[in-house]
Design a protein around this ligand. Structure first.
Ligand SMILES: [Zn+2]
Length: 329
């Protein structure tokens, strides 16, 4: 991971020279700027829990530093608090940031919640409800197949023909990108075949929250939104299939939590042109994308931009923030 090492060196050099602070300070203090940060997992052991560094995991120590820094520079509000301001045409405070998590990993409760609690701030979590049916996300199964692999290469039959993938980080990364473009049925078939040929020994169901833990996390600084049931690529589904994913996940969460669920996050950021209509029909009030950028007062609340955060030191975190603030201000 030489690239990460170099990025870290560059970020530290820029940080020590004061360039990053200067860039961030000059872009801040503008009214109605709203930055939404996206996390998935907060881990304790980089090597064991994130062997391929695919950008979904942030170490607890780094997360703590990141939150500490944000608290100094920003007003941290939940997504629903900001959406309430937008809908009611109330001005936002200066330099607003919201913290979000996707999917529903158990470490959000065990590792992230204590840090949020310690800093007295709240976050939003968007849950794909099939985790409550002991279903393991397709990428977690694929990552595990790669990490337990005995062979050096996988030959996989995809929709555009057979392809070989090396059993390393770049092979895994390109397979995951290809799998996003397969229908749910064929993705399941491909992964099942891979599992039959490369059985894994690790039980992955423990990775996710169960129903009582979901209730618990709402008492610990998290508000909950939906993220579909099966976490599909919405672009590949028919209208009635999308409606089912939207309304069933909403109803499922509302039943567990006994309260309204208004927010939604698009799985993988895949959005259809008519997504906003469908979400409104399903009763949602706002939705988050994975499009990077700053949100403004006139923001469409069904196309809220977010940026993924790095698992790196505070210097690199500042570099990411300054990039987004400078390029979109
Ligand atoms: Zn997701």
């Amino acid at each position: 991971m030489i690239k990460n090492f170099l990025k870290e060196v560059v970020s530290r050099t820029l940080d020590y020279s004061g360039v990053l602070d200067k860039k961030i300070n000059t872009s801040l203090n503008q009214n109605n700027n709203w930055l939404v940060l996206m996390y998935h997992r907060i881990i304790t052991d980089n090597k064991a829990e994130d062997p391929y560094q695919l950008g979904m995991c942030v170490n607890g120590k780094n997360f703590n530093q990141q939150i500490k820094y944000l608290k100094k520079k920003f007003e941290i509000l939940t997504v629903s608090e900001v959406v309430h301001c937008l809908k009611n045409k109330k001005p936002l405070p200066k330099n607003v940031v919201s913290i979000t998590f996707d999917d529903g990993y158990k470490d959000n409760l065990t590792n992230a919640a204590p840090i949020l609690k310690n800093h007295g701030i709240h976050a939003s979590l968007y849950v794909a409800t099939d985790i409550f049916k002991e279903r393991v996300f397709w990428w977690d199964r694929t990552i595990q197949i790669f990490s337990e692999a005995r062979s050096s290469e996988f030959s996989i039959e995809l929709k555009d023909g057979p392809q070989n993938f090396k059993a390393n980080r770049s092979g895994l990364e390109s397979l995951l990108l290809k799998l996003w473009l397969e229908t749910e049925d064929s993705k399941e078939r491909i992964i099942q075949k891979l599992l039959d040929e490369n059985p894994i020994t690790t039980d992955l169901t423990h990775l996710y929250l169960n129903k009582s833990e979901l209730k618990q996390i709402t008492e610990q600084h998290f508000e909950i939104g939906a993220h579909t049931c099966s976490h599909p690529n919405l672009e590949l589904l028919k209208d009635d299939e999308i409606m089912l994913e939207l309304s069933e996940s909403k109803a499922y969460l509302e039943k567990i939590l006994e309260e309204n669920v208004d927010g939604f996050a698009y799985p993988g950021g895949y959005i259809r042109d008519d997504s906003v209509n469908l979400l409104e029909r399903a009763g949602f009030k706002y939705a988050l994308t994975t499009v990077s950028g700053i949100n403004r007062f006139e923001q469409n609340e069904f196309l809220i931009k977010r940026m993924g955060m790095p698992n790196s030191s505070i210097s690199d975190f500042k570099r990411c923030l300054s990039n987004i603030l400078v390029t979109t201000s």
